[in-house]
Design a protein around this ligand. Structure first.
Ligand code: UD1
Ligand code: MG
Length: 454
C-alpha cells in the first residue's frame, strides 16, 4: 500500500503573556529543550513529510530556531490573532497541496507523543475527515467539550459557547486535530467567527464536517499528552511529567539509579549499558555517558561526553566540551570545560581544567588550575600522556607540558616543559634554624611588644 503523505502545521503565533517573560513562550526549555522543538520532534517521528509553522509578527527568535532545526519547514506569519482556524489558514498554500493527512499541533503542547499522533493519522486512514484527541479532564473548565452521539463526534463546544448541559461533559478537546487533506480546505473555509469570542475556531471543523456528511471522531488519550503550557506553574508541571518519562526510559534501558526521582535528565541525554547514577545528579543538554560509567552524587553535567568505565564525582562539574576518555576519573570539586581528558587520566580533587588536553594516564594533583583566561582571550594548555602535575600548580596558558614530565607542587608554570623533564617554579624555601624557639623565649620573658627574633 502507498504510504500516506502528511503535512503538519504547528501553531506558534500566541503571545504567551501569562508566562511573564521576555522570552517567547514556545522557546522556554522543557527537559533542556525549547517547547517547540519537542513538538517538531514528535512530528518527525509521526512521519510528517512536510512541515509548516505559523508564527506571530516579531517572532524572529522562533523563526531562527525552526530554520536551524528544519531548514525545509515553511514559515507563515499570522499578523492578527483571529483564532486557531485563522492561524491554520495562513498556511493555505501548503494545505492546498492536498497531502493525505493534515495534522494541526500547538507549539505550547509539547508532551504529545508520536504514537498519539499516529493514532490520529490512522483514523484518517480509516476514512474519518476529522479526528481530534479527547481526554477526560480532571477539571474541564476552559476546555472545548466533545459532543458525542454513540461513537460519533458531532461537535466541539468551546466553554464560552456551551450550554449549561454541555458544560457538564467531562470528555474534552485536547486541541490537536487531524484533517483529511482532500477536504481540509473546504472545511476550514466554511468556519466563521460568529461565537462568543468573535474568533475563527478550528474546533468548528467538526460540526461542519458533520454537515457535509463526513465522519468525525475522537481518539481518547491521557491528559499528559495534551497538557498545554500557559504559565510557569504549568511549565513546571510539564517538566515533572517529562522527567518521569525520561527516568522511566533510562531505567527501562538498563541504567541503574538508586533514587531516580532525584536525578534530572535532558530530553537528549544518552546512556550506554550498565551506567550507574547516584542520587542528586543533574544532566543539562548534550550529555552522553558510555558503558559502565559511574556518575556519583551531586555532579552537574552539560554538553559533556563521559567515556567507558569513567568515574565522575561526587561533586564534579562537567561543562560544555568536556570529553572524558575511557576509565578517566574526575573527582570531587573538579570542573572541566572544553577539555579532552584522555583514557585513564585522573583529576581526583579540587581542580579547574579548561581549554585543555590531558594526555592518557596523566595525573592532575589537587588544586591544579589551568589559567586559561588572560582577561581578553582564552588560551590552551596541553598536558602530555603520563605527565604528573603536582598539587596546587597553576599552568599559565598557552603552555605545554610534555609526555611523562613532572611539575613540582605549588608551581606557577609559564613556559613549556619538555617531555620527561621536571619543572619546579615556586618561591624558594628559606629555613631559619631555631627562629621559632627564640620567638617563644622572648614572649615568655613578658615583654609587652616582643621584637621579632632576627
Ligand atoms: C483550544 C481549543 C479547545 C481545547 C484547548 C486545549 C480552539 C478554538 N479551542 O483552546 O477546544 O480544549 O485548545 O488546550 O481551538 N493560536 C494561534 N493563533 C491564534 C490563536 C491561537 O497561533 O489566532 C495558537 C496559540 O498560540 C496556541 C494554540 O493556537 O498554541 C491554541 O490557542 P489557545 O488560545 O490556547 O486555545 P484555547 O483557548 O486553549
Ligand atoms: Mg490554550
Amino acid at each position: 500500500m502507498r504510504q500516506r503523505t502528511c503535512l503538519a502545521i504547528v501553531l506558534a503565533a500566541g503571545e504567551g503573556t501569562r508566562m511573564r517573560s521576555a522570552l517567547p513562550k514556545v522557546l522556554h526549555p522543557l527537559g533542556g529543550r525549547p517547547l517547540i522543538e519537542h513538538v517538531l520532534d514528535a512530528i518527525g517521528h509521526a512521519g510528517a513529510s512536510e512541515i509548516a509553522v505559523v508564527v506571530g509578527p516579531n517572532h524572529d527568535a522562533i523563526l531562527a530556531l525552526v530554520h536551524k532545526r528544519l531548514p525545509k519547514a515553511h514559515i507563515f506569519t499570522q499578523s492578527e490573532r483571529l483564532g486557531t482556524a485563522h492561524a491554520v489558514l495562513t498556511a493555505r498554500q501548503a494545505i492546498a497541496r492536498k497531502q493525505d493527512d493534515i495534522l494541526v499541533l500547538f507549539a505550547d503542547t509539547p508532551l504529545v507523543r508520536a504514537e498519539t499522533l499516529k493514532k490520529l493519522r490512522d483514523a484518517l486512514g480509516q476514512g474519518a475527515a476529522v479526528a481530534v484527541l479527547g481526554f477526560n479532564a480532571a477539571d474541564p473548565t476552559g476546555y472545548g467539550r466533545l459532543v458525542m452521539r454513540g461513537g460519533e463526534l458531532l461537535a466541539i463546544r468551546e466553554q464560552r459557547d456551551a450550554t449549561p448541559e454541555e458544560r457538564k461533559i467531562g470528555f474534552c478537546n485536547g486541541g490537536l486535530m487531524a484533517l483529511a487533506g482532500e477536504h481540509a480546505l473546504a472545511i476550514l473555509e466554511r468556519i466563521t467567527n460568529t461565537n462568543a469570542k468573535g474568533e475563527y475556531y478550528l474546533t468548528d471543523a467538526v460540526a461542519i464536517a458533520h454537515d457535509m456528511g463526513l465522519k468525525a471522531l475522537a481518539i481518547e488519550t491521557g491528559e499528559d499528552d495534551v497538557r498545554g503550557i500557559n504559565t510557569k506553574a504549568q511549565l513546571a508541571e510539564a517538566e515533572a511529567v517529562l522527567q518521569d518519562r525520561l527516568r522511566s526510559a533510562a531505567l527501562e534501558a538498563g541504567v541503574t539509579m538508586t533514587a531516580p526521582h532525584t536525578v534530572f535528565l535532558s530530553a537528549d541525554t544518552k546512556f550506554g549499558r550498565d551506567v550507574t547514577i547516584e542520587p542528586n545528579v543533574v544532566f543539562g543538554p548534550g550529555v552522553t555517558v558510555e558503558d559502565g560509567a559511574l556518575i556519583r552524587s551531586f555532579s552537574h553535567l552539560e554538553g559533556a561526553h563521559v567515556g567507558k568505565g569513567a568515574r565522575v564525582g561526587p561533586y564534579a562539574r562537567l561543562r560544555p566540551g568536556a570529553e572524558l576518555g575511557a576509565d578517566v576519573h574526575i573527582g570531587n570539586f573538579v570542573e572541566v570545560k572544553a577539555a579532552q581528558i584522555e583514557a585513564g587520566a585522573k583529576a581526583n580533587h579540587l581542580a579547574y581544567i579548561g581549554d585543555a588536553r590531558v594526555g592518557a594516564g596523566a595525573n592532575i594533583g589537587a588544586g591544579t588550575i589551568t589559567c586559561n583566561y588572560d582577561g581578553i582571550a582564552k588560551h590552551r594548555t596541553d598536558i602530555g600522556a603520563g605527565a604528573f602535575i603536582g598539587s596546587n600548580s597553576s599552568l599559565v596558558a598557552p603552555v605545554k607540558i610534555g609526555d611523562g614530565a613532572y611539575v613540582g607542587s605549588g608551581s606557577v608554570v609559564t613556559t613549556n616543559v619538555p617531555a620527561g623533564a621536571l619543572a619546579v617554579a615556586r618561591a624558594v624555601q628559606t629555613v631559619k634554624e631555631g627562629w621559632a624557639k627564640r620567638l617563644r623565649q622572648i614572649k615568655s620573658m613578658g615583654k609587652k611588644k616582643p621584637a621579632k627574633p632576627a
